[in-house]
Design a protein around this ligand. Structure first.
Ligand code: FAD
Length: 382
């Protein structure tokens, strides 16, 4: 039985995050998008609040909070600025989280305090130019050489690449192709290691303030002490991490969808004198359906986060949250655009940014098709 009542501290942090988003993120989001500006200033403010180490234990410099609180904060950050939101989500969910769950004490002591303080940002390098959905088909290699591994290969679409101080990189530690996922290991690769070379940021239709690069690994020597988890357990770590990451992207979709609904409702209220807009039943149904779907998405996100906090299985629940939140939000932003009319795409309104930002939530950390495969597998397994 799961109780969805938020505790007073959770309610307080949700209010704090809402006020932070309204005061600090919303005003700058149009500029960050227009100028494709990496959100350094926003990240510094998030670090000051302790929110670059939301899950990091307090004795390692973090806020020591739970995944549900991470989702509460994440919805507000993404409502304010999705470019900041994805950078923040990758840092917390795809880098700090696996270090907490799979790192040894030495690795946690070396990397979690600077990550939590925002002195370095984290990036997660799983995808390759030839393997996205089928991540186990990766070809990057890590060859053991004494006290080091030598990494070679390239990683595609790496969020925060070029701005990160630490990459979690997945590579094959065994040449036998029949081992498939069991040949993959995870490594903590510092950006300063020779042979770790991020390319330029890709141009994107949305979340344009975040950086997305190809990461090249050319004879990159990584100390054996920086292997995360056991040899051959990298794929398990990658998937366990993505369970949390998918809650993060569902949260991002929720934030963008809420921002679009808020903007649509504000426009209808402003237009109260115009019955064609304010009293239009199609418009009223659009916002009614959007509010209902967002509440449903929020409950799915909270359930998945709570299960992760309770250390209970949550792979299909995280996939459901991401599938539902991202699909709903794409419909919501399209409807909001239609409701606002042609001014939404030619004027200075946020509607078209929400539309562009929302699209990516159906793609990364597993496309909608992949989420359906994950959910179906959980239903059909004997
Ligand atoms: C902006 C951005 C940021 C990203 N950030 C990161 C990051 O930080 N780290 C990282 O490692 N990766 C990152 N990615 C990669 C992202 O996770 C992948 O793009 C995603 O997993 C899909 O892989 P792909 O693009 O290779 O598509 P493909 O796997 O080639 O899929 C193409 C299409 O085929 C469909 N498809 C594939 N397999 C199946 C199947 N079995 N059944 C049905 N349909 C299928 C897919 O749903 C999709 O529609 C990012 C991507 C983007 C665009």
């Amino acid at each position: 039985m799961i109780d969805f009542t938020l505790t007073p501290p959770q309610e307080a942090i949700r209010t704090q995050a809402r006020e932070f988003a309204d005061g600090e993120l919303v005003p700058n989001a149009p500029r960050i998008d227009r100028q494709k500006e990496f959100p350094h200033a926003n990240l510094r403010k998030l670090a000051a609040l302790g929110w670059l180490g939301v899950l990091v234990p307090r004795d390692l410099g973090g806020a020591g909070l739970d995944n549900l609180t991470l989702a509460l904060i994440g919805e507000q950050i993404n409502r304010g600025c999705a470019s900041t939101g994805v950078t923040w989500s990758v840092h917390n969910s795809l880098v700090c989280s696996p270090l907490i769950r799979h790192g040894n004490a030495d690795q946690q002591r070396r990397y979690l305090p600077p990550l939590a303080r925002g002195e370095i940002l984290g990036a997660y390098a799983l995808t390759e130019p030839g393997s996205g959905s089928d991540a186990a088909a990766m070809v990057s290699t890590a060859r053991r050489d004494g006290d080091f591994y030598v990494l070679n290969g390239s990683k595609a679409f790496i969020t925060t690449g070029g701005n990160a101080g630490l990459y979690i990189v997945f590579a094959r530690t065994h040449p036998d192709p029949s081992l498939k996922a069991k040949a993959i290991s995870a490594f903590l690769v510092e950006a300063t290691y020779p042979g770790c070379k991020p390319g330029p940021s890709d141009a994107k239709m949305g979340i344009r303030g975040s950086s997305t690069v190809t990461l090249y690994l050319e004879d990159c020597r990584v100390p054996a002490a920086n292997r995360l988890g056991e040899e051959g357990k990298g794929f398990h770590i990658a998937m366990d991490t993505l369970d949390g990451g998918r809650i993060g992207i569902a949260t991002q979709a929720l934030g963008i969808g809420q921002a679009a609904l808020d903007a649509a409702v504000a426009w209808m209220r402003e237009s109260a004198g115009d019955p064609a807009i304010y009293e239009s039943q199609p418009n009223q149904w659009r916002v009614a359906e959007a509010a209902t779907e967002l509440d449903a998405a929020r409950l799915l996100v909270w359930r998945a986060a709570l299960l992760r906090d309770l250390k209970q299985p949550h792979t299909p629940q995280a996939a459901m949250a991401k599938l539902f939140a991202s699909t709903s939000t794409n419909r919501i932003v399209r409807d909001a655009l239609a409701l606002r009319g042609e001014a939404a795409i030619i004027g200075d309104t946020p509607f078209e940014r929400f539309f562009r930002d929302a699209r990516i939530t159906e793609l990364y950390e597993g496309t909608s098709e992949i989420q359906k495969i994950v959910i179906a597998r959980s239903l059909l397994k004997p």
